[in-house]
Design a protein around this ligand. Sequence first.
Ligand SMILES: [Zn+2]
Length: 131
Amino acid sequence: MHELSMANAMVKTVLDVAEKNNATEILEVTIEVGQLTMLNPEQLKFLLDVLVENTLLEGSKINIEEVPVEIDCKTCNYEGLPNMDGSDHYLAIVRCPECGGRNLEITAGRECNVKTIKIEQEDDADASGSE
Ligand SMILES: [Zn+2]
């Protein structure tokens, strides 16, 4: 249940940020999930929907963005999408499409974080009384 612990952590992060900013409502959250995290976005979405019940996040729009894997090849200097053998997302099968090498650095695809949070704030901090 890799997804469950990640979903839990994400909900906690968002609620933490919302609380620190005196949010009265969370409008929208965008979460980045890299392909190499091996998280299943649909399962993650499902778990998030369950976890947000009875929290400030209930009813918020939750976007999950999948981040494709990108590599930086040390052999031929190719940068971009790797050649990944079909079925799995394991690191071991990520190869450079130019030279077929594995001497490469993964520059994207391992993200798993809350990218943006849109909140509604209490406006009592504004004492100008511009009503
Ligand atoms: Zn290469």
